[in-house]
Write a protein that binds this ligand. Structure first.
Ligand code: CA
Length: 233
């Protein structure tokens, strides 16, 4: 049973969300401000976060940015005004989806279900590939074969340095998910790495030069402004 953390300071809405999500069979955790949301997240590791923008202490955008630095958890934002929608869609804070208040519970439940399904499918795909003994990730004409640590583009081998390969594999394993520079740095280079997040940008540039048709206008590894990167396939 997936666990959902709902962050909302309006008691009636929080209660309504909790009631409806529980009725769908989810385990529901609640928080009424940003600080409590982050504490609960770190302690409980929920499968999805429903996050309101307007919160009494740290706003939902900031909570989203902070969470995105440490996790790939799906985040569904609740926005109230057009300028908030612009910020979620345009500036991008690393949220996966949003609904605008007032929203129907049916719509919210559908978004929750879709986000959870996407996360589960990604995990199942990867698990199946690992069970098969050799992980092979295929994205159209781009093929990553982890058994031999080789990458082929349109049938031609792509020479990659070890860290470029590690970075590509990490991105590809999280296709469609926004990954912050901090998270990439931690997972690909490790905690003990001395060097800033510019390292990530430099390696992304090298990968784009090798993999993108037009490296200045990338379609495989896209930039999520202010956050990091997302692998599209
Ligand atoms: Ca609120």
């Amino acid at each position: 049973m997936p666990t959902i953390l709902v962050v909302e300071d309006e008691p009636v809405l929080l209660e309504t969300l909790e009631y409806n999500l529980k009725r769908e069979g989810y385990r529901v955790l609640t928080a009424t401000d940003g600080r409590a949301a982050m504490e609960t997240f770190r302690r409980e590791r929920p499968d999805l976060v429903v996050l309101d923008v307007m919160l009494p202490d740290i706003d939902g955008f900031e909570v989203c940015r902070i969470l995105r630095r440490e996790t790939t958890v799906p985040i569904l934002m609740l926005t109230a005004r057009t300028d908030e929608v612009d910020k979620v869609v345009g500036l991008e804070v690393g949220a996966d989806d949003y609904v605008t208040k007032p929203f129907s519970m049916r719509e919210l439940l559908a978004r929750v279900k879709a986000l959870l399904r996407r996360g589960r499918m990604l995990r199942e795909e990867l698990a199946a590939e690992r069970v098969a003994g050799r992980e092979r990730l295929v994205f159209g004409d781009l093929v990553i074969d982890d058994a031999s640590r080789t990458v082929h583009l349109r049938g031609e081998p792509v020479p990659l340095k070890p860290k470029e390969y590690d970075l590509l594999l990490f991105l590809a394993r999280h296709r469609g998910i926004v990954l912050s520079r901090e998270l990439i740095l931690e997972r690909v280079w490790g905690w003990d790495f001395i060097g800033g997040s510019r390292t990530v940008d430099v390696h992304i540039r090298w990968l784009r030069e090798k993999l993108e048709d037009d490296p200045t206008n990338p379609t495989r590894i896209v930039t999520v402004r202010g956050v990091g990167y997302r692998f599209e396939g």
